[in-house]
Design a protein around this ligand. Structure first.
Ligand code: OGA
Ligand code: MN
Length: 269
């Protein structure tokens, strides 16, 4: 084996994978090692990469089937439709990608779909000198830290998700379990994406809102969070089923360019 090294961040989640050139095909033992590290740490960072888009898609394929971004058709690369451009850069007055330079609050990707994002991969091509850091929080650690009464209270609740852009919403909104059992690790995780969580099924609106707020506050406490400062050549893959992420805004007069690939799959009860 090529002797890859897994170096945990020391935070509640996240690890560096050292010793891999992701342009090269990976042998089955290495793939198994990376998958195991992913299941343990939920977010993996591979630094110092030099990928082209086809190589990013090929790497993503070790973990499932990358799909063209289901709602963002505008920023798909026509040559490589599995790549979505995440950028603030404008050419001829037109944005070349999605999400601009804005701050993004904590969320899991594509949670407003019946089959939400499972794994997202983001590769950094260009990064600003200040701002644009990304943060992940651990749904496993957040769940574990709940008191037993709260665990019992939320065990069988579902959350209705609605995106604030109606164009993205399916005809009927999805309901995802508030506590999921991760399909690959078997661990329980809090699954709550505050950006699009509309209500809790079976609870009066006020009580549901209060519970969502309480759990959101809890799930994003600093003790469950890891902060990442990007360098060009960083590839990060994260598991939306057991993490949330957010990012800082950054100055619009600086360039940030990322390529993103997406796998889909639910976190089920
Ligand atoms: C995303 C996202 C974070 C970032 O692409 O889903 O949240 O750091 N991006 O740009
Ligand atoms: Mn996201």
């Amino acid at each position: 084996m090529a002797g890859i090294e897994i170096v945990p961040t020391g935070a509640a989640l996240g690890a560096d994978v050292v010793g891999l050139d992701l342009r090269e095909p990976l042998g089955p033992e290495v793939v198994a090692q990376v998958q195991e590290a992913f299941h343990t740490h939920a977010v993996l960072r591979f630094r110092g990469q030099q990928l082209n888009k086809a190589e990013q898609v090929a790497f993503s394929r070790y973990f499932g089937e990358p799909v063209p971004h289901p709602t963002n058709t505008r920023d798909r690369d026509p040559e490589q439709p599995e790549i979505t451009i995440i950028s603030n850069i404008e050419e001829n007055g037109k944005a070349v990608g999605a999400l601009g330079n804005a701050e993004l609050t904590f969320h899991a990707d594509l949670v407003f779909l019946h089959t939400p994002g499972s794994i997202s991969l983001l590769y950094c091509v260009e990064t600003p000198t200040t701002g644009g850091d990304t943060y992940w929080s651990s749904g496993y650690a957040a769940y574990e830290a709940l008191d037993e009464a709260t665990k019992r209270q939320i065990a069988n609740l579902g959350v209705v998700y609605v995106h604030n852009n109606p164009a993205y919403n399916p005809p009927t909104p999805p309901i995802h379990p508030l506590v999921c059992t991760h399909p690959e690790t078997g661990h329980k995780t809090l699954f709550l994406s505050p950006n699009a969580a509309q209500r809790i099924t079976g609870l009066p609106a006020d009580a549901g809102r209060a519970l969502l707020d309480q759990l959101y506050y809890h799930a994003t406490e600093e003790r469950f969070v890891w902060r990442h400062h990007w360098q060009p050549g960083d590839l990060i893959m994260w598991d939306n089923r057991c993490t949330l992420h957010r990012r800082d805004g950054f100055p619009q007069d600086q360039r940030r360019l990322m390529w993103r690939t997406q796998l889909l799959g639910p976190c089920t009860q």
